[in-house]
Every structure is written in C-alpha cells, then in structure tokens.
Design a protein around this ligand. Structure first.
Ligand SMILES: C[S@@+](CC[C@H](N)C(=O)[O-])C[C@H]1O[C@@H](n2cnc3c(N)ncnc32)[C@H](O)[C@@H]1O
Length: 277
C-alpha cells in the first residue's frame, strides 16, 4: 500500500462505502464519520477516548524539585462540564455500537477520571460488560504533588454489543499467557510507552501525550479478533491500534480529527512493522 493511500479525508455528508474504509486513517470527526459508515461493519473496536482530566490552568509542579510536569493538557481533553463529557461519550459509543457486527466486541480504556462514567453509559446503551482488565503500569508517573497514591493503573472495559451476543471471539489459551499468574487473569503488567517506541514530532517532542504501548494492543487484538478481521479505532491518536492490527494480519479503520497526528501515523506506517507471533 502506498503511504498516501492510507489517508482518507472525510468530506461532510459523504456516505462511506465498506471497501473504501479498509486499512485507512480517516481524517475527520468520528461523530460525523461514524454516521456515514455502513452499519455492522467491524469485528473489533478499541477506543481510547479523551479522559477529561480537568487539570488546573496553571502547569503542575513537582512537589520536591518544583520543575514543571509534562501533563496531558491537550485541547482535545477539555470539556466544559461532566454533562458535556457524558454527552460526547454517549454519542461516540452510540454511533460506534451501530457499526459493530452482531458478535463484535469493544474495548474502552480510561483512568479513574472517567472510566466509571463510561461504564455507566455503556450499560445504559445496552453493551454487555464481559470484563474489566486492569493495566498495571510497571513504570507509572509518580504523584508529583505528593498528596495521594501514585496512580499506576488504567482500566479497560471489554464488552459485547448486547447481552445476547454469545459468539464473540475469545482466545482462551492465549489469554492464559498474559496476566498475573497463569489462569488468564484480568491484570496485565505492562510498562507505559517510552524509549524507541515513543513517537516524536519534528521538534523532538512527544508526538502524542497518551500514546499506548504496542504490547497492550497486541494482547487485545490477539485475544479478541481473528486474522483478516476488521478493527476500528474511532479516536486513533498516534495510530497504535492500526499499526499493531496490520502487524497481526488484521485490517483496520482509524479515525482521527487532528491533522498533526494523522501525519504522524503516516510516518509511523513508513517504518517497518515489528512482526509478532
Ligand atoms: C487518548 S487519545 C488516543 C491515543 C491513542 N490510543 C494512541 O495510542 O496514540 C484520544 C485521541 O482522540 C482524538 N479525538 C477526540 N475526539 C475525536 C473525535 N470526535 N473525532 C476524531 N478524533 C477525536 C484526539 O485528537 C486524540 O488524539
């Protein structure tokens, strides 16, 4: 695939066909793109939405050395209120549900700031929660203010479209190779993304503040999809989902509204993919 062919710029009010969205990064607003995407298209969804961290306008300082913390203060993470955030998440999840195949599953990840709200919204929309998986970060960011426990976890909710969806994909034997112990437990120890894996922009800064580790996506995609399946990430960021899906011989559709990240994903795809077993 030529790299230029990777990106599809979404034109408002244009219907998208099932074939033209395969192995594409769609540059546009997911809330609009999903409305124009054919129903029941995807086998698996991974969603890493804004967290609504509600950080104070002033930069946070480390409690001991008083230097500034490189926090997630991006525009895309800002909402006026919990009501606004809930409305956004409800809309995003509702439209995503429509494009999932009958037996597809969805993974949604977030921190304590919003995962409980997301869980409630998912249940209200009829999703059926199969598991919550705890991502235990082996190298978490310390609590810089020193006023509470270091937050070393993010929670993933794994769900089917509804209670009656029984024939979803789950690779039980593979699941046993992950997790604490050897019984396929729902606690995954994985370091946060760093070193060579961390993508940089032209100025040498992090391309994306919340790039997820390849290993996290590897576990998700391997255990809950089959080769040749179509994986959707409606809020793609640096494109980890599609990058890993391709390496694992799955197809992908990613949606991202920020042009800088879309360009970053294009560059990422120019580099040879790490192949996984
Ligand atoms: C938490 S980040 C995803 C990070 C990603 N998982 C990775 O590994 O890099 C959320 C992303 O969603 C994008 N986003 C938020 N709302 C969106 C929308 N309505 N349509 C498309 N992209 C959106 C933001 O620009 C941001 O890059």
């Amino acid at each position: 695939m030529e790299n230029e062919e990777l990106v599809l710029k979404f034109m408002k009010n244009t219907e998208l066909c099932s074939e033209c969205i395969i192995d594409k990064i769609i540059q546009g607003n997911a809330l609009e793109v999903l409305e124009k995407t054919p129903a029941e298209t995807f086998d698996l969804v991974f969603m890493d939405p804004p967290y609504f961290l509600q950080l104070p306008p002033k930069k946070l300082k480390r409690w001991n050395v008083k230097t500034e913390v490189d926090a997630v203060d991006d525009k895309w993470d800002k909402f006026a209120s919990f009501e606004d955030y809930d409305e956004y998440m409800r809309d995003l999840l509702f439209k995503t549900k429509k494009v999932m195949k009958e037996n597809a599953t969805i993974w949604v990840i977030s921190t304590y700031h919003s995962i409980f709200r997301i869980g409630k919204i998912m249940q209200d929309l009829g999703f059926w929660i199969l598991n919550d998986v705890l991502w235990l970060k082996t190298n978490p960011m310390p609590n810089w203010l020193g006023v509470r426990f270091t937050n070393a976890t993010e929670t993933l909710i794994w769900a089917t479209k509804d209670k009656n969806a029984k024939k979803y994909t789950f690779k039980r034997e593979l699941a046993k190779t992950f997790g604490v112990g050897s019984i396929g437990a729902n606690v995954w120890e994985i370091p946060i993304c760093g070193g060579k894996e961390r993508l940089k922009d032209a100025e040498g800064n992090k391309l994306h503040s919340t790039q997820k580790p390849v290993e996290l996506l590897r576990r998700i995609i391997l255990t809950s999809s089959n080769e040749g399946g179509l994986v959707l990430d409606p809020v793609a960021g640096s494109g980890t989902t599609g990058y890993v899906a391709k390496a694992l011989k799955r197809h992908f559709t990613m949606i991202e509204m920020n042009e800088k990240y879309v360009k970053g994903i294009q560059d990422r795809f120019k580099k040879p993919l790490t192949q996984f077993k």
